[in-house]
Design a protein around this ligand. Structure first.
Ligand code: PMP
Length: 381
């Protein structure tokens, strides 16, 4: 990447931390064994996988043998939702989720809906949050699963996971959370918050792409979604991605050690970004809850600006649209719509997500660029 590029799209993906790269490298060329082999090379690979399992488990505070490695959070979500639904199909076919989940939760639920399951699609408040009362109100004797994300990828809003977990446990309903954007950024404790299943992904916390994990609390029934050689205690077959898993483990260990210092640094930079933009520009609104949100992200709407032109103006400042872009067709973000943001404002929204490598100079450049684009587009309007 050219040095002048400012990357503020850490919610889409993060660069690999060089320390993670160092941890991974030997597992491509030197310690390349198959973790399922019983010879010396296999034993080395297996030991590395088990070390990583412990590192992931320590970050989210579960037991090592409750971690199932997957190809990422999309697969983890599919395994959790379809796995529980199919395993408990005889007990009930009702699932509770909400409308601002990532597609990797929405779509497995829609698939189950087409297959005859009933889904309650909860609607968040104007801050993007679901309350434990909302969940409790829709629980039924045939409810088998509640799936509510830890934090939203577009607006960073954090849901009351501990309270929802308690409601689910009281009603003996399993609780899954897609914590892809939260793990490694804010403390996650599956035992304290009474979570039964949790999805995470390495490439959101400075690890490699194409690897993630599902936490499955001991005793939670899961129908297998990937048949084969019986890897991962039969829950997910396929030769283990040893370098990827080692990278996920290393990334989790770094996050555990550094998260608590990193979060206030990023929150201060995020606040600087918001304060400066709002000082220089009228008509800027912050989307999502201000009180309950990830420290490193900000989603802003700019009144009186053409949404299509806004994003294309950023070029060397990598930010993301709050809306889904499919080639030429631009649709307002379903997340912002769910919050009640009008379509023209939803289209004129920008997600800034900061991370470990973000500097104050990056923020100042992003402010400068934003102010310049918005002033120019407002002048043309
Ligand atoms: N859930 C959330 C909340 C996400 O932000 C993402 C990544 N955009 C995913 C799931 C999918 O993760 P992966 O890329 O590992 O499949």
């Amino acid at each position: 990447m050219a040095s002048r590029l400012v990357y503020l799209d850490y919610n889409a993906t993060t660069p690999l931390d060089v320390r993670v790269l160092q941890a991974i490298t030997p597992y491509f060329t030197k310690s390349y064994g198959n973790a399922a082999s019983n010879h010396a090379a296999g034993v080395v690979a297996r030991a590395a996988v088990e070390k990583a399992r412990g590192q992931v488990a320590r970050l989210i505070r579960c037991r090592s043998d409750e971690i199932v490695f997957t190809s990422g959070a999309t697969e983890a979500n599919n395994l959790a939702i379809k796995g529980v639904a199919e395993a408990l199909a005889d007990q009930g076919r009702h699932i509770v989720t909400q409308i601002t989940e990532h597609k990797a939760v929405l779509d497995p639920c829609k698939t189950l809906e087409r297959r005859g399951w009933q889904i309650s699609w909860l609607r968040p408040d104007s801050g993007g949050r679901i309350s434990p009362e909302q969940v409790e109100q829709v629980l039924r004797p045939d409810t088998v699963l509640v799936s509510i994300m830890w934090a939203n990828n577009e607006i960073g809003t954090i849901h009351p996971i501990g309270q929802i977990g308690r409601v689910c446990r009281q009603h003996r309903v399993l609780f899954h959370t897609d914590a892809t954007q939260a793990v490694g950024k804010v403390p996650v404790d599956v035992a304290a918050d009474q979570v039964d299943l949790l999805s995470l992904s390495a490439h959101k916390l400075y690890g490699p792409k194409g690897v993630g994990a599902l936490y499955v609390r001991t005793g939670v029934p899961l129908a297998i979604q990937m048949d084969g050689g019986g890897h991962e205690r039969g829950m997910r077959s396929g030769t283990l991605n040893v370098p990827g898993i080692v990278g996920l483990g290393a990334a989790c260990e770094l996050a555990a050690a550094e998260m608590l210092q990193e979060a206030p640094r990023l929150a201060a930079l995020r606040d600087r970004l918001e304060d400066e933009i709002r000082r220089q520009l009228p008509g800027v609104t912050v989307n999502g809850s201000l009180e309950h949100r990830l420290p490193h992200c900000s989603n802003l709407s700019f009144a009186g600006v053409d949404g299509g032109a806004l994003l294309s103006g950023f070029d060397d400042v990598c930010v993301s649209s709050g809306s889904a872009c499919t080639s030429a067709i631009k649709a307002p973000s379903f997340v912002l719509r769910a919050l009640g943001v009008p379509d023209d404002l939803a289209l004129a929204s920008v997600r800034y997500s900061l991370g470990r490598m973000t500097t104050q100079a990056d923020i100042d450049r992003a402010v400068e660029k934003t102010v310049e684009i918005v002033r120019r587009l407002r002048g043309m309007a």
